[in-house]
Ligand binder design. Structure first.
Ligand SMILES: Nc1ncnc2c1ncn2[C@@H]1O[C@H](COP(=O)(O)OP(=O)(O)OP(=O)(O)O)[C@@H](O)[C@H]1O
Length: 310
């Protein structure tokens, strides 16, 4: 298998995470194939991919829980699993679990002690993640969103250089999601590199600086949304609303796809957009509205994982 990313990613000298030529094999099965990946301080990067693409495997190797079959991984210049690497990294698993019989405050104090931090930091942290009111209740009585917030407080505890968050918003309501991303933004602005494995494309589209897409153990895309978009050359979608529910004439003159009696969908390459708009304008009041819809992250995700928009 050739590596589709080989020419696209020069190694960064100031990386807090560097992954070079990483392979992972479980017996005959290869779950990571020649992955090269770097994270700079303060970057927020989304790690996307179908189920089984290799996201969790990559995270487990970065955390030192699994060893690479081949290749080199460094976390803050240290070997994963070493004391330096563990101090520099924090992990929020998808299904975060705590002692149900402890209160939130007791649990966080325990984590603070284990991390060599003063228990005094726990009060402000609980406040920061919106748990001040619930802090003295047993965790067994908490909702999933509250447990997720406590997980995030644990991540914030050691001021890590890199935070690995696995599906951090799964099962959260929209307000909790918003709060969680506000905390992620704050972490990043304080210099923590944040890697977010997620299937929630719409939210990571708006809240990350770079998108990495894995497919069958390979990194098939790794860039800003704008660069991925221009490289993919995906079409813009123009949705035309017809006068008097009469889409047939528009369809006859411009082609495209009739959506129902009232609308016609046209796809065009970005460089042809103005020409297409001129054709639409020439139809006069036959067209009463035009909506322009550039490729979304979902379209790019389909493209890079092998299912196109067109
Ligand atoms: N211990 C193991 N032995 C054999 N194969 C494994 C082992 N652990 C993971 N795999 C395989 O490695 C591949 C990648 O799994 P991984 O959990 O990293 O995917 P993922 O991208 O995190 O998926 P999801 O989105 O479902 O969490 C899968 O095909 C999985 O079956």
């Amino acid at each position: 298998m050739s590596n589709p990313m080989k020419d696209q990613m020069p190694p960064q000298t100031d990386s807090v995470l560097s992954v070079t030529g990483l392979f992972k094999r479980h017996g005959d099965a290869e779950t990571l194939h020649d992955v090269n990946f770097f994270l700079a301080p303060g970057e927020r990067v989304a790690l996307l991919g179908h189920n089984g693409a290799g996201k969790t495997t990559l995270m487990k190797i970065v955390l030192g829980l699994w060893s690479p079959s081949e290749g080199e991984v460094r976390v803050a210049n240290a070997v994963p699993g070493s004391a330096e690497a563990r101090k520099a990294s924090a992990y929020l698993p998808e299904a975060v679990t705590f002692h149900r019989s402890l209160t939130g405050r007791e649990q966080l104090k325990l984590f603070a002690r284990l991390a060599g931090e003063s228990p005094k930091v726990t009060g402000p942290l609980l406040e920061r993640v919106g748990l001040a009111d619930a802090a003295d209740r047993r965790i067994g009585t908490w909702s999933k969103g509250m447990r997720q917030r406590l997980g995030l407080a644990q991540v914030l505890l050691g001021k890590p250089s890199i935070a690995l968050l696995d599906e951090p918003t799964s099962g959260l309501d929209p307000i909790s999601r918003h709060d969680l991303y506000a905390i992620i933004d704050e972490m990043a602005s304080n210099g923590t590199a944040v890697l977010i494995a997620s299937h929630a494309l719409t939210e990571v589209e708006a809240r990350t600086d770079r998108i990495a897409i894995m497919r069958k153990g390979q990194l098939v895309a790794n860039d800003t949304l704008a660069h991925l978009s221009s490289r993919a050359e995906l079409p813009i979608r123009l949705m035309l609303t017809a006068r008097d529910n009469d889409a047939a004439e528009i369809h006859a003159r411009l082609g495209g796809k009739r959506i129902n009696g009232a609308s016609v969908e046209l796809l065009c390459q970005p460089e042809n957009k103005m020409e297409r708009l001129a054709h639409i304008a020439a139809l006069g009041d036959l067209v009463i509205d035009v909506e322009m819809d550039p490729p979304s992250l979902e379209d790019l995700y389909r493209h890079y994982s092998g299912e196109d928009r067109t």
